[in-house]
Design a protein. Structure first.
Length: 59
């Protein structure tokens, strides 16, 4: 099985086995899966994906 990367647009985190799966995409954490409501930080404190100012999943 190959390594998967979080589907959050700006997140480069490797998705753990306990990945959050949503609509066929995998996310490294709940915050990413829910598109960082209120800029909720990524599980990886070194990751800045939640700071990129996208307020939600764009359609
Ligand atoms: Zn991230
Ligand atoms: Zn992520
Ligand atoms: Zn994210």
């Amino acid at each position: 099985m190959s390594e998967r990367v979080c589907a959050c647009e700006y997140c480069k985190c490797t998705v753990p086995e306990t990945a959050v799966e949503l609509n066929g995409k995998v996310y490294c954490c709940e915050a990413c899966a829910s598109a960082h409501p209120d800029r909720a930080p990524c599980q990886n404190s070194a990751c800045n994906c939640h700071k990129h100012g996208w307020g939600g999943i764009k359609t």
